[in-house]
Write a protein that binds this ligand. Structure first.
Ligand code: FPP
Length: 245
């Protein structure tokens, strides 16, 4: 686990090294204000940007957010396109922002289905930030945990068929290294907002031993105080990883 940062050290708390977030409740946030659902996503993307700064300030080294799932294509076309526009804007704006705040941005998910321009800005941003040493920020786009495992299995089979590896070499480490999250530690803590209690195909392999924190707060209202509450909860847990203490 990462060392606690100054602010939470005062409470003797340890920051989780990696936090994953399912940012739920944008639609309900907008509905409560008689706004279109897309307004909720706009506010949600602002919250995501702010939470990156807050997370790093609290001592978190890796943050992974679920921005668009493989199932989200089933939403109305206007909503899908509003979300893609937001992601497009995020990738462009982030090049400058990341060079200021030293953040490394990576995208997980199958980006081959995304529009050419979005895919290119993702690759440009990943390349531009690859040597940054601040927060490691992963954005899941067209991500589905089962799809990620299918893609990994396919690659492993191709390597086996071509003679690059033998079936005996397939172990947890090898599978892990073929996932989109290769090189990134597993999340210590998963946060889901808006009062839903499920993981919705988000990081099923990686979350096997993570702590789960659910809050009724809608994602656009989530802030540093709420993140601190999640860290407090995390610190109250006794992680045994299947063993005894
Ligand atoms: C779930 O809320 C949220 C999403 C499916 C999209 C999350 C995307 C963003 C916050 C914007 C993109 C992020 C960045 C970094 C640019 P919901 O629509 O399912 O809410 P509801 O359950 O209240 O309807």
């Amino acid at each position: 686990m990462a060392k606690a940062s100054k602010n939470i050290a005062e409470q003797n708390l340890t920051a989780p090294e990696h936090v994953a977030i399912i940012m739920d409740g944008n639609g309900r946030w907008a509905k409560k204000r008689f706004l279109p659902r897309t307004a909720g996503h706009v506010q949600g993307s602002r919250t995501a940007e702010q939470i990156c700064e807050d997370a790093y300030d609290l001592g978190i080294k890796y943050l992974t957010i679920y921005a668009f799932s493989t199932e989200n294509w089933a939403r109305p076309e206007s909503e899908v396109s509003a979300l893609m526009d937001l992601l497009r804007k995020y990738m462009k704006d982030s090049i400058e922002r990341s060079s200021k705040n030293n953040m490394r941005v990576r995208v997980i998910g199958d980006i081959s289905r995304l529009d050419d321009d979005l895919r290119k800005s993702i690759l440009r941003l990943e390349e531009a930030t690859k040597n940054n040493t601040g927060l490691n920020f992963q954005v899941a786009i067209n991500y589905g945990g089962r799809d990620e495992i299918v893609r990994a299995v396919r690659t492993i089979c191709e390597e086996a068929v071509s003679g690059k590896l033998s079936p005996q070499q397939i172990d947890e480490e090898l599978i892990s290294s073929h996932l989109d999250t290769c090189g990134i530690p597993y999340p210590d803590l998963l946060i889901r907002t808006s009062g839903e209690y499920r993981t919705s195909n988000f990081l099923p392999w990686q979350l096997a031993y993570s702590e789960f924190y659910f809050t009724d707060v809608l994602w656009p209202d989530f802030n540093k105080e709420e993140l601190k509450k999640a860290i407090e909860y995390y610190n109250s847990r006794d992680r045994r990883f299947g063993g005894v203490k």
